[in-house]
Design a protein around this ligand. Structure first.
Ligand code: ARG
Length: 261
């Protein structure tokens, strides 16, 4: 009787394993955050909210929707650097509190348009080999280019793992009109967006929002929205090379991020 039960349990476990493999939407692999000195995760209080990238010692770029609708409420917002797994311990030196944030003026939450924000930190990070800034790339990634997505978001549509360890995967640009045809049932693909998808439906997922999409190691956008994940539809990213997004980012960096330390 017990033996039977154990056999059944083992079989069930195997089945669950196979299923979770199949539904491993992000389709990514576990990656060391050491390879991304600029990568941070955002916390509302202590609760994981989003990804982000350190574009200056005291500035983090992320998605506007990560800050709530208008981005005013950053009092409880914290930024954690160099954390492999969301429940991993982290030294104080790797944590900063947000001071204020600026949301792209064109941001339209109902359409996810211009989903971009920059957070100014109360105190800059001390940069080193371990925590460092990354320069944004305002060029359009060429057609077919392979780009890297990184994040602690869900690996399936089922739920956020509070101990999620960083994942990475490679995706490439989906042509704009194709993406628009596929995604306009949710919202049109505007000039401030681009779409990407990897082989075997590799995609970003909930919780990856705000994290960078990298071309040749530099951010060209941030994770914005999609239709669940693993549906085979493209993920949608805020596009740094649109003139509005470029202007907003450059302007913010110049006026708020070039602190002398
Ligand atoms: N809006 C999501 C977030 O807040 C990101 C969704 C990305 N989805 C996708 N299928 N690419 O984390």
């Amino acid at each position: 009787m017990w033996l039977k039960l154990i056999t059944w349990l083992t079989l069930l476990q195997l089945l669950a394993g196979a299923l979770s493999q199949e539904f491993k939407i992000f389709g990514g692999k576990t990656e060391s955050v050491r390879n991304y000195p600029f990568l941070v995760n955002l916390r509302q209080g202590s609760k994981f909210a989003c990804g982000g990238a350190l574009i200056a010692p005291s500035c983090v770029v992320t998605a506007a929707h990560c800050l709530g609708d208008r981005g005013e409420n950053v009092n409880e917002l914290y930024v954690n650097a160099q954390q492999d797994c969301l429940n991993g311990s982290i030294p104080d030196a790797y944590v900063r509190q947000a001071w204020y944030a600026c949301v792209a003026p064109q941001y339209k939450p109902s359409e996810f348009d211009a989903d971009l924000a920059v957070i100014k930190l109360r105190q800059p990070f001390y940069t080193s080999d371990i925590i460092n800034t990354i320069a944004v790339d305002f060029n359009e990634p060429p057609e077919g280019a392979s780009m890297r997505i990184v994040g602690w978001g869900m690996t399936s549509d089922v739920g956020q793992d509070l101990g999620q360890c960083l994942q990475s995967a490679d995706v490439s640009v989906v042509p704009r009109d194709q993406c628009n045809r596929q995604m306009s049932f949710i919202s049109p693909i505007t000039n401030n967006m681009f779409c990407a998808l990897g082989p075997n439906k590799i995609d970003s997922c909930s919780g990856d929002s705000g994290g960078p999409i990298l071309y040749k190691g530099r951010p060209v956008g941030v994770v914005s929205w999609g239709n669940h994940c693993g549906s085979g539809l493209p993920g949608v990213y805020t596009r740094f090379s649109s003139s509005a997004m470029m202007w907003f980012l450059q302007n913010f960096i110049e006026t708020h991020c070039l602190d002398k330390i």
